[in-house]
Design a protein around this ligand. Structure first.
Ligand code: C5P
Length: 401
């Protein structure tokens, strides 16, 4: 959820500021870009040099930079516009009160007033300060502005006292942001299983039978599902693709049998499964232990059937919403509808090899979505990310129908 997001971290002057070094690392690990504004006093608790090294951006304190002969200024309006999220952590009682009252006497506060994005704040102070009616009034006022409180945690405080007031731990701040951002997303709480790519069926230790599937459609479906709030298991055959998303677990397999095993291991806990892989229907019956030597005359390889993963998932379906793909060359609609019923699917996505730009290997696809009631929707030629969005829109609509 934080992948690709611009996060403006505002650090104020409390002892918990030292924990922001860990916070910055976690945010960057989650895929976010981080810029930092800090108050003068925050610099007493954590070094701007450490923060700028970790975030790969200058940690800003002043409106004006005076270096050698040149003077530049830090544009708080631009910073506010850059941010997808502003996170003030730790937020001291002083800064909370200033935020609540529109005081604008430093770069952090000017940026806060300029920011149009959601603002989260994680208070940190001693327990009596946290309980003080003035602090409570500030928090209430900030709530009325739509700012989002990341509540302080209980525990030992820097003063030696025990109670509520510790800044939420960096891991908890990141989880809070992730949960908050996924709230209301249509696939929140759903577990999705997707197959992608080709399978390779070994002939000997160096040779295999395979196909030209790139895996792109399955990877785009996985990425989109995760962006819509799902937890995704992506079972992929050999591809050049990679995926960095905290909500996607990539399981790399080689053969159809391995894909079958991985799918069945996760299927019971799956809500929605999409089989987008180009699974080899046959595999060599005997796999040579040593590299096969060339001999005089022709070589005949005996093939045996691979399991049909989609069919097996259809047979063991309990609550899952199951979607397959059909790549057809003739009688497309009838064949796809037949497959939908035979494999006990909830929907099937047809791509016809007759359409230019459709099918696997390429960057585009042209699909027809057929639901269980044989409702048909045909889409134009689109990029695979766009096709993935269309497919998820149809699945979400079908689930809620
Ligand atoms: O029957 P056909 O192979 O045309 O069906 C294609 C659909 O079945 C695709 O969704 C594909 O991922 C899936 N499939 C499978 N296991 C196989 C063959 C196909 O899951 N062995």
């Amino acid at each position: 959820m934080l992948g690709g997001k611009n996060i403006l971290l505002g650090i104020t002057g409390g002892i918990a500021a030292y924990k922001t070094t860990f916070l910055v690392r976690l945010l960057i690990k989650a895929g976010a870009q981080v810029k930092i504004v800090m108050t003068q006093s925050a610099g007493s608790f954590v070094s701007p040099l450490t923060l700028s090294t970790l975030s790969k951006n200058p940690a800003l304190t002043d409106f004006v930079n005076e270096e050698d002969d040149s003077i530049s200024w830090n544009n708080h309006v631009e910073l506010g516009l850059w941010a997808d999220i502003m996170l003030i952590a730790p937020a001291t009682a002083n800064t909370l009160s200033k935020m609540a009252n529109g005081v604008c006497d430093n770069l952090l506060l000017a940026t806060y007033l300029s920011a149009k994005c959601p603002v989260y704040y994680a208070p940190a102070m001693d327990l009596d300060m946290y309980q003080h009616p003035s602090t409570k009034a500030s928090i209430e006022k900030l709530e009325s502005f739509g700012n989002i409180l990341i509540p302080a945690e209980s525990g030992e405080l820097a003063s030696g006292l025990h109670g509520e007031g510790r800044m939420a731990e960096p891991e908890n701040i990141v989880s809070f942001l992730q949960n908050h951002l996924t709230e209301g997303l249509p696939l929140k709480g759903k577990r999705v299983l997707i197959t992608a790519g080709p399978t390779h069926e070994a002939l000997d230790p160096v040779r295999f039978l395979g196909n030209r599937s790139s895996g792109t459609m399955g990877f785009e479906l996985a990425k989109k599902a995760a962006d819509l709030g799902a937890e995704v298991i992506l079972v992929s055959g050999p591809t050049n693709l990679s995926i960095e998303h905290p909500s996607v677990t990539l399981i790399r397999i080689t053969s159809a049998q391995e894909m079958y095993d991985a799918c069945h291991e996760h299927y019971a806990k799956t809500d929605i499964a999409i089989c987008a892989a180009a699974v080899a229907d046959y595999r060599p019956k005997h796999v040579a232990k040593e590299k096969m030597k060339k001999k005089e005359g022709d070589l005949h390889i005996e093939l045996e059937r691979n399991p049909d993963i989609l069919l097996s998932l259809g047979e063991s379906k309990i609550h899952q919403f199951l979607v397959g793909f059909a790549l057809e060359t003739e009688n497309e609609l009838d064949n796809a509808k037949g497959k939908l019923q035979r494999k006990n699917l909830d929907a099937i996505i047809l791509n016809s090899l007759k359409d230019d730009g459709a099918g696997f290997g390429g960057a585009t696809n042209k699909i027809t979505f057929i639901d269980k009631n044989l409702g048909i929707k045909t889409f134009g030629l689109k990029t695979k990310p766009e096709v993935a969005s269309d497919i998820w829109e149809e699945i979400i609509a079908a689930i809620h129908a």
